[in-house]
Write a protein of this length. Structure first.
Length: 55
């Protein structure tokens, strides 16, 4: 998780995910969330699984 001392606009997100294959558990749900106070978070976007290791 990244934290910023001040409000910061986010233009893109890069997320590494576990390798896929036989016997490997499903890729977990990834969600981008934002907060104004660092305590209460609201979803901004879901990052769906993809066949590539970076989404």
């Amino acid at each position: 998780m990244s934290e910023f001392d001040e409000l910061a606009p986010v233009a893109s997100v890069r997320l590494g995910q576990p390798q896929r294959g036989f016997g490997v558990p499903p890729v977990p749900l990834a969600r981008l969330e934002a907060s104004n106070d660092g305590i209460t978070f609201s979803p901004v976007a879901d990052l769906p699984a993809s066949p590539w290791p970076v989404r």
